[in-house]
Design a protein around this ligand. Structure first.
Ligand SMILES: Cc1cn([C@H]2C[C@H](O)[C@@H](COP(=O)(O)OP(=O)(O)O[C@H]3O[C@@H](C)C(=O)[C@@H](O)[C@H]3O)O2)c(=O)[nH]c1=O
Length: 183
């Protein structure tokens, strides 16, 4: 597999080895030892699966405290996946990276604690699977406005379908300081 650095140090793009033959394909979607050797966490404690229709945007989400590292992937369809550095004092605070993750390219994105995460569905529907290094803690859930102009994410969808929580989220500047992690 190949692990590629992104413009945000710590956010890693993983290209797994895929073995195709006349039956279909095989790939190891995660292996503790190999991912550790490649600089990713070995320990994940929760797996999540979500299904969304075209145009659905989930995000931008993170937990603080109890930050979660997330290894995200797409089992069906295609999404535009985004990570934003929300660590106060970070040289890349407020900066974002976005990648296409799909059933076809089978890529994974590793988003460390301290980064907000979101995605929008580009295909008819998407089945989104991710591993988390920390358990879900509803009291630590934080949401940043998906189209915060100061972050300036170039989303490939103009009027996404949002949850009420995501529609009403504050901008990064308006987040209570205690809701943001420090670097
Ligand atoms: C995230 C999560 C939600 N839930 C519940 C809470 C709620 O009733 C329901 C739906 O939750 P949400 O609307 O927050 O789901 P969703 O918008 O899909 O939230 C997810 O978005 C992506 C972008 C992430 O990065 C994830 O960490 C997570 O925040 O599921 C859990 O039980 N466990 C969990 O780990």
């Amino acid at each position: 597999m190949r692990v590629l650095e992104t413009e945000l140090p710590g956010v890693l793009l993983v290209e797994p080895d895929v073995f195709g033959d006349e039956r279909g394909f095989f790939m190891e979607s995660w292996s503790g030892r190999r991912y550790r050797e490649a600089g990713l966490p070995e320990r994940f404690v929760q797996d999540n699966l979500s299904f969304s229709r075209r145009g659905v945007l989930r995000g931008l989400h993170f937990q603080h405290p109890r930050g979660q590292g997330k290894l995200v992937s797409v089992l069906r369809g295609e999404v535009f996946d985004v990570a934003v550095d929300v660590r106060r004092g970070s040289p890349t605070f407020g900066r974002w990276v976005g990648v296409s993750l799909s059933e076809e390219n089978k890529r994974q994105l590793y988003i460390p604690p301290g980064f907000a995460h979101g995605f929008v569905v580009l295909s008819e529907a998407a089945l989104f699977f991710y591993k988390c290094t920390e358990y879900y803690a509803p009291e630590c859930e934080r949401t940043v406005l998906w189209n915060d102009p100061e972050i300036g994410i170039c989303w490939p969808v103009e009027e996404p379908v949002l949850s009420e929580k995501d529609r009403e989220a504050p901008t990064l500047r308006n987040m209570p300081p205690g809701h943001l992690p420090a670097r």
